[in-house]
Write a protein that binds this ligand. Structure first.
Ligand code: HEC
Length: 296
């Protein structure tokens, strides 16, 4: 028995060492590749040039919740500005009821959009006004058309963008992130991108038709021009009509679009932690009572 246990233990140690060595080698290779990439780019830093600043969000942390007023403002920014280029083809209009709108309001809102349907009895496709069950359509007929209209880069779909973007925070921040439950990398990134447009510094050349933004994750410049400026969207709740506020609201809205059930998830997680705590206490008491009269 003892032999078997030592056998298993030493196997585990060997396996652990082996895995460690492979990992070390891989990171070594990665480093080498990274250095080569830097050399190729004339020593330019990795992108993004600046990391997004961490913002405060109502939906952060274990008790996080969406601010409905903010989501409604975000929807307004999306509908009046971003939807001219970006679709949300996984989000249906009827989910807007989550934001506090009535069925009738959603119906009226959906009717502002046109979607393709068909074929009809003659076998032809046709367009009609969108219904609550339709999804936010793309303004372009296909990706190629979208790219052609935007300097070769198609505007990405927004359904999951808040989850799909985020910048690596590196050591040691990512260790702390596990304890603080930081999950807002996406909204922080979108906010930083929208508020981060500036003049390209001297000596930095960017290709024609792109716009310098040190927060863009893939390069120094992107094909989207600064999409929004102060006073472009009218808010009816008295919130400031500034790029800063618009960026916060659209980022929160995109987080909701990507994760509409975030509140439920957090609530369930919290209940599970409470349950585990109580359960641990009960198990400890059971163990004590079972062994109460036994000699050690
Ligand atoms: C005129 C068209 C247009 C409008 C309007 C527009 N965008 Fe874009 N957007 C683009 C294009 C094109 C790209 C792709 C840029 C690239 O990859 O170089 C893009 C990319 C993005 C990205 C992804 C960046 C990345 O990391 O890949 C985000 C986020 C974004 N837009 C947010 C917004 C928001 C928010 C709005 C509304 C306030 C908006 N956009 C309005 C054209 C537009």
């Amino acid at each position: 028995m003892k032999k078997l246990v030592t056998g298993i233990l030493s196997l585990a140690v060997v396996a652990g060492l082996g895995a460690g060595m492979v990992f070390a080698q891989e990171t070594g290779e990665h480093k080498a590749a990274g250095a080569a990439a830097e050399e190729e780019h004339g020593g330019t830093p990795h992108f993004p040039i600046h990391k997004p600043e961490q913002q405060e969000w109502s939906f952060a942390g274990p008790f996080g919740h969406y601010d409905k007023g903010q989501l409604q403002r975000g929807l307004k920014v999306y509908a009046e500005v971003c939807s001219a280029c970006h679709s949300m083809n996984l989000v249906s209009f009827r989910t807007l009821e989550d934001l506090g709108y009535s069925e009738a309001q959603v119906k009226t809102f959906a009717a502002n959009y046109e979607v393709q349907d068909g074929p009809n009895a003659e076998g032809e496709m046709f367009t009609r006004k969108a219904l609550p069950s339709d999804h936010f359509p793309s303004p372009f007929p296909n990706v190629e058309a979208a790219a052609a209209a935007n300097n070769g880069a198609a505007p990405p779909d927004f359904s999951l963008i808040a989850k799909a973007r985020g910048v690596e925070r590196g050591f040691p921040t990512f260790i702390f992130d596990m304890f603080t439950q930081y999950q807002e990398g996406g909204p922080d990134y979108i906010h930083a991108l929208l508020t981060g447009y500036q003049e390209a510094p001297k000596g930095v050349e960017i290709s024609e038709g792109t716009h310098y933004n040190p927060y863009f994750a893939n390069a120094a410049a992107l094909a989207m021009a600064k999409p929004i400026s102060d006073d472009q969207v009218t808010y009816d709740d008295g919130s400031p009509q500034t790029v800063e506020q618009y960026s916060r609201d659209i980022s929160a809205f995109l987080m909701w679009a990507a994760e509409p059930h975030l509140e439920d998830r957090k609530r369930t997680g919290f209940m599970v932690m409470i349950f585990l705590l109580i359960f641990t206490g009960l198990i400890y008491l059971t163990k004590k009572s079972v062994y109460a009269n036994k000699e050690h």
